[in-house]
Design a protein around this ligand. Structure first.
Ligand code: PGA
Length: 252
C-alpha cells in the first residue's frame, strides 16, 4: 500500500443506533464531495453491522477499535480478526493508549494483534505515543521507538507498508491540548528516520497519522506538515460537520 492521505474516526465507547444512523448517512452522502482522501470510522463492535449497511459502496471505510490476538476458541467476550473481516472491516485500531493504560496491553500484545489483523488482510492502525510524564522526562523518542520496534519485530519492516502508524501523545488525547504541528512533525520525522534505518523505501511509503485533540480548527496546520498524512480523530469524529471539515483539511 502506498502512502495515502487518511482520516479515521475513533468513536470510542460512544453512540447509539439512532445517532449513528444520522452520522453514517451524513458521511456516506458527503464524502464523495471531498476528493482524493481515504476516510473511515472505527465503531464499537455492536455497530459494525450498521456501519456496513450504511457505508457499503460509499467510499467511507469502517473498522473496529480492538480485536483479540487469538484466532478463535474459548475466549468469552473476545472478538476475532476473522469476525471483523467477515463484517467487511478495512481497519482495526490496535494499541490505543486507553487500551495500553486501562486494559494493561503491553507492546508484545499490541504487536501480536497487529500481526493477526494483517493475516486477515485488514489494516492495523498501530497507535504509539508518550505520556505527559515521559515527555517531561525527555524520553519521548525512547518510548515511541520501543513501541514501534516491537511491532516491526513481529510484522517485519515490510508489514508497515500494509499498516498505518498513528502517533498519539497521551497528554493530547481528549484533553483539548493538541501537540503543536512542529511537536507532532518532529516525532513523525523521527519515526520515519527509524524506519529508514531498516528500509528507506518503506519509510517513504508508510502512512502516518497524528491523533490527539484534532479539531476542524487545528487540522489544516497539522496536516500541512511533511510527515503527517492525516489524523486519527476521537471526540471530533462524533460531529458530522466537524469531522467533514477535518477530512477536507487533509486533502492535498
Ligand atoms: P481525541 O482522541 O481526538 O478525542 O483527542 C483521539 C484518539 O483517542 O484517537
Amino acid at each position: 500500500m502506498m502512502r495515502q492521505r487518511l482520516v479515521a474516526g475513533n468513536w470510542k465507547m460512544f453512540g447509539n443506533s439512532a445517532r449513528n444512523q444520522l452520522l453514517l448517512e451524513g458521511l456516506a452522502s458527503q464524502v464523495a464531495t471531498i476528493g482524493k482522501l481515504s476516510c473511515a470510522v472505527c465503531v464499537p463492535f455492536p455497530y459494525l453491522y450498521q456501519a456496513r449497511s450504511v457505508l457499503a459502496g460509499s467510499g467511507v471505510g469502517w473498522g473496529a477499535q480492538n480485536v483479540s490476538q487469538q484466532p478463535k476458541g474459548a475466549f468469552t467476550g473476545e472478538v476475532s480478526v476473522s469476525m471483523l473481516a467477515d463484517f467487511g472491516c478495512r481497519y482495526v485500531i490496535v494499541g490505543h493508549s486507553e487500551r495500553r493504560k486501562l486494559f494493561h496491553e503491553d507492546d508484545q500484545l499490541v504487536a501480536a494483534k497487529a500481526k493477526a489483523v494483517l493475516e486477515q488482510k485488514m489494516t492495523p492502525i498501530v497507535c504509539i505515543g508518550e505520556s505527559l510524564d515521559e515527555r517531561e522526562r525527555g524520553v519521548t523518542e525512547g518510548v515511541v521507538s520501543r513501541q514501534l520496534g516491537c511491532v516491526i519485530k513481529e510484522i517485519g519492516i515490510d508489514g508497515l507498508l500494509r499498516s498505518v502508524v498513528a502517533y498519539e501523545p497521551v497528554w493530547a488525547i481528549g484533553t483539548g491540548k493538541t501537540a503543536t504541528p512542529e511537536q507532532a512533525q518532529r516525532v513523525h520525522a523521527y519515526l520515519r528516520k527509524l524506519m529508514s534505518e531498516q528500509d528507506a523505501g518503506v519509510a517513504r511509503h508508510v502512512t502516518m497519522l497524528y491523533g490527539g485533540s484534532v479539531k476542524a480548527a487545528n487540522a489544516a496546520a497539522l496536516f500541512a506538515m511533511e510527515d503527517i498524512d492525516g489524523g486519527l480523530i476521537g471526540g471530533a469524529s462524533l460531529d458530522l460537520n466537524e469531522f467533514m471539515s477535518i477530512c477536507k483539511a487533509a486533502v492535498r
